[in-house]
Design a protein around this ligand. Structure first.
Ligand code: ADP
Ligand code: MG
Length: 257
């Protein structure tokens, strides 16, 4: 599942990390692939990501096997991270002349024993460049976090067009399966208006769970933790747990169908 939205600060990384943690706490084997040069997901998962060390960059650019960069997340027995370093910033340009530049991650995943994992979540950078295209080409599903703020829907048309292009040319099985409303502030009317608009537009794709704006959520990464372990009883942790449950139920009913 690719977590994508070309807007920055909408909760992509927070969502990837906390959903992954929540699913792993239910016994699912989960891998987070950090595809953002800033490496925020790697930081939140307490996974080392100094520039120069083996990371997603070498997987994409030098064909290093994905299995060789995966690290177990400390104190989270079922959770793993493929870290990103700042080197990845160069990949956006270095990939351009390469053969199959859009499908480097797809190839790396195909060469890898992905069946070991129940879920692989890919955290995208805030752009629609080659890294995000690689993430979409490699995934079955796109999860779009939408921040419940003004301008939230701006850029969404372009994002959906990109998904369509990737589906048409690179990955027929791709679909926007999940939309998650993030940073919901129940005190503002704007938040509920945005939520309503998104629901009327996207219907069942939108999870019932809504992630509230919560200080605990934003504090957790500085302790190298997800909010799921940092403060499991907090509103943010409970909302991400509910979102994970919905995603798991959906996957189960798809498997039955
Ligand atoms: P993106 O990956 O889309 O750029 P992030 O997940 O990094 O977005 O979130 C942007 C900022 O907002 C971060 O500082 C993060 O800690 C904070 N944040 C994300 N979700 C919440 C939330 N539910 N409540 C409070 N702060 C949040
Ligand atoms: Mg991010």
């Amino acid at each position: 599942m690719t977590v994508a939205n070309q807007k920055g600060g909408v909760g992509k990384t927070t969502t990837a990390v906390n959903l992954a943690a929540a699913l792993s706490m239910h016994g699912q084997q989960v891998l987070v692939v950090d595809l953002d040069p800033q490496g925020n997901a790697s930081t939140a998962l307490a996974t080392e990501h100094r520039s120069g060390m083996p990371s997603v960059y070498q997987v994409l650019v030098d064909d290093l096997p994905l299995s060789s960069i995966i690290k177990a997340v400390p104190e989270m027995p079922n959770l793993f991270c493929a870290p990103a370093t700042l080197d990845l910033a160069g990949a956006e340009i270095e990939l351009v002349p390469m053969v199959g530049r859009e499908t480097r991650l797809k190839r790396a995943l195909a060469a890898f024993d992905a069946m070991r994992f129940d879920y692989i979540l890919i955290d995208c950078p805030p752009s629609l460049g080659l890294l995000t295209v690689n993430a979409m080409a490699a995934a079955q599903e796109v999860l779009i976090p939408i921040q419940c703020e003004y301008y939230a829907l701006e850029g969404l048309t372009q994002l959906l067009q990109n998904v369509e292009l990737v589906r048409a040319h690179l990955n027929q099985s791709l679909a926007v399966s999940t939309i998650l409303l993030t940073m919901y502030d129940g005190r503002t009317r704007l938040a509920s208006q945005v939520a309503e608009e998104v629901r009327s537009h996207f219907g069942d794709t939108v999870l019932d769970a809504v992630i509230p704006r919560s200080v605990r959520v934003s504090e957790a990464p500085s302790y190298g933790q997800s909010v799921m372990t940092y403060d499991p009883g907090s509103s943010g942790a409970m909302a991400y747990m509910q979102a994970a449950r919905e995603i798991a139920y959906r996957a189960a009913s798809l498997a039955e169908a």
